[in-house]
Design a protein around this ligand. Structure first.
Ligand SMILES: Cc1cc2nc3c(=O)[nH]c(=O)nc-3n(C[C@H](O)[C@H](O)[C@H](O)COP(=O)(O)OP(=O)(O)OC[C@H]3O[C@@H](n4cnc5c(N)ncnc54)[C@H](O)[C@@H]3O)c2cc1C
Length: 477
């Protein structure tokens, strides 16, 4: 009997630098499986919508190499289905690219336990990160808690080399009939009116698109350091969705960027800055591996005592991009419509929620997780904690962004705000009008209106007063 090579796909939808795929191919005719399980369905709506696009694109790539056999998509739990499937096919090895979230760790343990009686095992492969987090330790053997020395350690160790590409022809096993049809698969029925908007603003999905985007970015990397904070310019790479879905590996990205820096010295400084941002991604995953409750608990434990507000009308107005603060509402509208938001604006939007409105960072994290197509559990958690001031190496709480000053500095002509806010001139702003069309009717989304300027000073004073009170209370304990 021919034994197949099984890969349990998670977030590794690529043919380049995919050691798990290569190992499965080496085992025998390929069986690529993906589970629509509780973990998948617990993700935010926009992220599930983007996941289907990644599945479709990778399915097409595989079919082109296998003579028409694609991904088997099954509804159910991996630990319940995989043992039976492996027994049926006579497989003893199951390959997976490690996606080291705490929930995946629990699931991996359950799968391992169920495979043991079959004398079968789960083999995890690297590729989601630049370097094995276990290798990065301070001189004392402790985990790093601060970005700069961590980044130096990553550069010193050097990222692992990308694995060779998958072969041009792949032998694959016939697909079982119980697999779901990707053409009709809808994992995000809860998007409602938001679906049309996401489809309209979507950028191409898949590995080919990711590689092309990287190349195109590297051609203009010299403008990155000066332009990366400007939401009115297209100065960043736009690769986060591809990285989040594993349509490109960070090791491939690193290797290609380094090669380009060597060949085109004029791009070198820009590429170096870009790679330090990629190391921020690495740092966020490192922190998640070391501190698995990063998405749910304040990393500095005492911050659990901070008088965070949990909900209320202010949170709803923020979620609905109706705070009355131009840059904040523009960013939240961009995210609602496109699934993306510029990094500088993410910081300002998060700061407004956690500081001016004193609302718990976890409420913001959950809203981002629901709306972002580049949702990444580690980057989202680290950055929310960073802005809120309760995370490792975080911005101190008293550093409070003034959104109007940020807007003057980073959107000097108001182009970004004009693009997303209908209050300026709807007829000249089709994107702003698209936001109004895409929102649920219950929101009563009308023309955008600025709030009173006093909001800025009052919110800042309230945040500083809360901080002073919190400091006094925690130093008494
Ligand atoms: C509150 C908040 C929430 C965030 N949530 C997410 C998220 O869910 N998913 C996500 O991918 N990024 C998140 N980020 C980080 C950052 O905003 C995005 O990675 C970036 O905007 C993506 O655009 P780009 O690919 O053009 O970035 P580029 O500037 O081209 O950067 C290249 C890559 O580096 C990584 N990167 C850049 N900045 C950061 C950062 N601050 N932290 C971690 N990695 C970074 C990303 O993988 C990015 O694709 C968040 C930031 C904040 C402030």
């Amino acid at each position: 009997m021919t034994v197949p090579g099984i890969i349990w796909l998670t977030r590794d939808f690529r043919l380049h630098d995919n050691p798990a795929l290569l190992a499965a191919i080496a085992d025998g005719p390929l069986v690529p499986v993906f589970f629509i399980d509780q973990l998948t369905m617990a993700q935010g709506a926009a992220s599930r919508w983007r996941l289907v696009r990644a599945l479709k694109a990778f399915d097409r790539s595989l079919r082109a190499r296998t003579g028409g056999k694609g991904i088997t998509v099954l509804r159910g739990e991996a630990d319940e289905i995989l043992p039976g499937l492996m027994e049926l096919l006579g497989a003893r090895r199951l390959h997976q690219t490690d996606w080291p979230t705490p929930e995946m760790r629990t699931l991996q343990d359950r799968v391992r336990e169920r495979l043991r009686p079959l004398d079968a095992r789960l083999i995890q492969h690297r590729g989601h990160l630049l370097v094995d987090p276990g290798k990065i330790r301070t001189g004392n053997g402790d985990p790093y808690r601060v970005y700069s020395p961590f980044a130096r350690a990553v550069r010193r160790l050097g990222p692992d080399r990308p694995a060779p590409d998958a072969p041009a022809r792949i032998s694959a096993f016939p697909q079982p009939p119980e697999g779901l049809d990707l053409n009709t698969l809808n994992l995000a029925p809860d998007l409602h009116r938001g679906r049309a908007a996401l489809e309209k603003f979507a950028t191409p999905a898949g590995e080919d698109a990711a590689l092309a985007r990287l190349d195109e970015f590297l051609d203009r990397a010299r403008d990155y350091p000066g332009g990366r904070d400007r939401p009115d310019l297209e100065a960043t790479s736009g690769l986060s969705e591809h990285l989040a879905l594993g349509e490109i590996s960070p090791r491939t990205l690193w290797a290609r960027a380094m090669l380009r820096a060597e060949m085109s010295p004029e791009q070198d400084a820009g590429i170096c800055k870009f790679l330090s941002e990629v190391i921020w991604r690495e740092f966020s995953w490192y922190l998640l591996v070391e501190f698995p409750n990063l998405p749910s608990a304040c990393w500095r434990r005492e911050w659990e005592e901070f008088p965070w507000r949990k909900d209320g009308a202010d949170l709803i107005r923020w979620q609905r991009a109706q705070t009355g603060v131009a840059l904040v509402d523009a960013g939240l509208r961009q995210m609602w419509l496109t699934g993306r938001m510029h990094n500088r604006v993410r910081m300002v939007v998060a700061s407004w929620l956690t500081k001016h409105l004193l609302i718990d960072w976890r409420a913001g994290l959950a809203h981002f997780a629901d709306c972002l197509t580049d949702w990444d559990p580690a980057a989202n958690a680290m950055n929310w904690q960073w802005v809120a001031g309760c995370g490792p190496d975080a911005a101190p709480y008293f550093r409070i962004f003034n959104p109007d000053k940020q807007a003057e500095q980073y959107d000097p002509q108001g182009e970004y705000r004009r693009r997303w806010l209908a209050g300026f001139d709807v007829s000249a702003n089709p994107d702003a009008a698209a936001w109004m069309e895409s929102t649920p009717r219950a929101w009563h989304a009308g023309r955008w209106r600025a709030g009173p300027p006093s909001m800025l000073t009052e919110g800042r004073e309230a945040a500083l007063a809360a901080l002073a009170h919190f400091r006094a209370a925690t130093s008494e304990n």
